[in-house]
Design a protein around this ligand. Sequence first.
Ligand SMILES: Nc1nc2c(c(=O)[nH]1)N[C@H]1C(S)=C(S)[C@@H](COP(=O)(O)OP(=O)(O)OC[C@H]3O[C@@H](n4cnc5c(=O)[nH]c(N)nc54)[C@H](O)[C@@H]3O)O[C@H]1N2
Ligand SMILES: Nc1nc2c(c(=O)[nH]1)N[C@H]1C(S)=C(S)[C@@H](COP(=O)(O)OP(=O)(O)OC[C@H]3O[C@@H](n4cnc5c(=O)[nH]c(N)nc54)[C@H](O)[C@@H]3O)O[C@H]1N2
Ligand code: SF4
Ligand SMILES: [Mo]
Length: 856
Amino acid sequence: MVDRIADIWGTRTPHARDTPWPVRVDQHRDPVVREEDVDRWVQSACVLCSNGCGADIAVKDGRMVGVRGRAVDVVNHGRLGPKGLYGSWQWSRTDRLTRPLVRDAEGQLVQSDWDTAMGRIVARSKELLATEAGALSHGFYTSGQLFLEEYYALSVIGKAGLGTPHMDGNTRLCTATAAAALKENFGSDGQPGSYSDIEATDAIFLFGHNMAETQTVLWMRILDRIHGQDPPRIVAVDPRTTAVAEAAVATGGVHLAPLPGTNQAVMNGLTRELLHRGWVDAEYVAQHTLGLQELQATVEPYTPEHVEEISGVPADDLRRAAEIFGTSQRVLSTVLQGFFQSHQATAASGGVNNLHLLRGLIGRPGCGILQMNGQPTAQNTRECGADGDLPGFRNWANPEHVQELAELWNVDPLMIPHWAPPTHAMQIWRYCEQGSIKLLWISGTNPAVSLPELARIRSIAQQQDLFIVVQDGFLTETAQFADVVLPAALWGEKQGTFTNVNRTVHLSEKAIEPPGRARSDLDIWLDYAHRMDFRDKDGDPLITWTGPEEVFEAWKECTRGRLVDYTGLSYDRLRGGSGIPWPVNDEAPEGTDRLYADANFPTHHDVCESYGHDLLTGGATSPQAYRAQRPDGRAVLKAAPYGEPPEVPPEAYPFAVTGGRTVYHFHTRAKTGRAEQLRRAAPGAWVELSVGDADRLGIGEGDVVLVESPRGAMQAPARIGRGRDGVVFAPFHYGYWDQPGTDGASPDGSPRAANELTLTEWDSVSKQPLLKLGAARVTRIAAADGPAPAPTTTASAPADPASVPATVGGADAAVDEQVDAAPAPHPAPEPAASPGQPGSGGTTASTTASTTPTEG
Ligand SMILES: Nc1nc2c(c(=O)[nH]1)N[C@H]1C(S)=C(S)[C@@H](COP(=O)(O)OP(=O)(O)OC[C@H]3O[C@@H](n4cnc5c(=O)[nH]c(N)nc54)[C@H](O)[C@@H]3O)O[C@H]1N2
Ligand SMILES: Nc1nc2c(c(=O)[nH]1)N[C@H]1C(S)=C(S)[C@@H](COP(=O)(O)OP(=O)(O)OC[C@H]3O[C@@H](n4cnc5c(=O)[nH]c(N)nc54)[C@H](O)[C@@H]3O)O[C@H]1N2
Ligand code: SF4
Ligand SMILES: [Mo]
């Protein structure tokens, strides 16, 4: 038994390069339930991050009582991380919403029934549709945490039933930049790489990604290579000393710690080094890419010394990182929020794609790019077009793509909003603020804690004229502002599919009944569609589905012939074994481990999901200009100079404030805050300061500090940590639902949410808000009554380890680990050519068919 609070990654199973990752099955149950007393194990996958670990749910007497990893799954080979083990199931019978709530005459939320609640929504909806604004009065703000079928139903309702362009997900805050960068360079969303690249690679670059805490099982996969023969070198690009940064130093790699907001200078410096040192596959670049000259000219001023002036990264460290990228046979890169939520997000993230293209390191084992996802089902929000895209990675600016959808849904193409780009989330909130959106339907997200500049969000949510529907499993901070609250069935209480970072699709079966009268998001939206009586162009009902499997079958048709091809999948195929990575079709019946083995990119103008943008201004490339450059299957190298961030620390606010996550909590803690082991490990908010800054300000461990930005303030005990001087880090997990005496509407006296500080600014291309940026000042306001409640096992470890007791789990945190409990997962599938487009066949060495020796 292993305490997986204290030992986050569990027992090592080291192995050499190009050998399979061993199986280790992790299991955690309610301590009073013996394994033999479990009634049944129900197949699913974990939804507490984008890794999508295959997992079985233990059920006894109609309740979830535990979870174990699935040995046969290609994603996790049986392992689970702390969130999955403790946080995935224990919330299910806590303070759940069990009945719809509506506002009474006094303005109080009171218990109600479905007919009343849906009746109010439908009445308001019809009333607004009859006004001049029509469907433009409706906005939908959804999630990266529902199931594929739910997003697709919502997408069809919004685009073909109502005809509103105002639909996006919290994925805008999360992985909009992943999608944007993939579209800019490769023509379409869709992850080129595979997790199996870890087994084959020589160097792993993590750009703004604290994988050790945010995809713990993927990090276990890397740790098992690091501890085996021929370990890969790690390069970390992060201002904090994370476990990833420590691994970089330990493996002979390098830790680059740029000042927040300066990623693009670092990327331009790395690119320039590759070009100057000749670490380029000239043949690959000539045959399969466009844009080299502009890239060369743009990066030329970024000498290592110039990059040091901008970012604070020592010139020799930059040279060293470039050398590792330039000379390793195989390189795997991952990119996440330190890039996606920072300044010049799309340019810097696309810069990683550029590096791989320059060296032809793509489409072969060990040479993956993972423009990561964060939320478990963010990929599906994007695929289904519930996020400000069109379903099936179609291009809203291509009339033929719109026509395809119109035929599929049997509606007039003019019904489908495509006269302008779909409205992004930050703009949806702006329209609410201005009063043009009057009905905002929020599902599976908690914007009163997770959006930037919370004081502004609260004031928008309180607007008289704005009718808010909140659909959630709990009475969140956001639900406090709703006119109608709908109780949602959550994971384990409903059936559906979802897709992880490396395109692997899992089926999640219903294990137990939802509490009270809670219903699945799909049932709620199908009910709305039914009550609204949406019709197609022949006057027949637009939506006739009654359950998730029917929606999945319809979705398959929507993907036919597209890169994101699901046609070879079915619920039955997803039962019993492992998840399967798309595309899955006649050419690739077993799925596709990695894309672009043939160097044939979906950039042809008929095929591409976007015509691209100017990375500095965000200006869209016209269809004519795009066509004229004749990408026709070639990838596009894109360039942008570094520009100053919108809020550099000015004198009154001398610190750069950034934020992020701890391993033990998921976002606003709806589930993890209700799991005792996780709650104890990180019970409250804190603020991290460097040793030097703390000394200068006379702040000691645990002293309460006030952090103020030009927009708001938060207060929390200080952790004297291991970050760089001039940078303050605050976790964004702590809202107000479990803080006595406060609620989301009026945090009384002690605001502790990091987003009280953040600013309303977004990336010009991806429209992702700059949640990692801002300026702040720090003041000590009270003496410590103990150390800060920050874990010691993570990047928030104290600079002086002896100063704070170590974070441990205790008896109820014991986890059963069975190493090599079962045979290795079945072989990963062979790659297939990227389907659905004409174009160049591969001829260079770098188009070697992709095999996965590691999983054979
Ligand atoms: N434990 C846990 N795991 C999770 C989640 C969770 O809430 N908790 N959420 C999931 C989701 S939705 C997401 S999106 C992912 C996020 O996963 P990550 O992106 O790994 O997590 P973050 O902590 O938000 O940010 C990563 C790092 O960015 C660094 N950073 C900040 N500013 C900059 C900058 O300007 N440049 C660079 N280079 N780095 C910077 C921070 O120091 C931080 O260590 O995690 C997923 N997994
Ligand atoms: N300062 C700062 N802010 C950030 C970030 C940061 O790094 N720094 N990260 C951003 C990122 S990457 C993300 S992803 C967001 C996350 O922000 P949110 O999405 O607001 O965070 P969650 O706490 O995950 O909220 C999800 C809600 O959905 C509910 N839910 C879960 N499953 C279901 C379901 O099946 N149906 C329904 N109807 N509801 C369900 C949960 O109960 C929970 O209340 O925060 C963003 N905000
Ligand atoms: S790595 Fe992510 S998907 Fe896997 S168990 Fe942990 S939280 Fe769940
Ligand atoms: Mo996210």
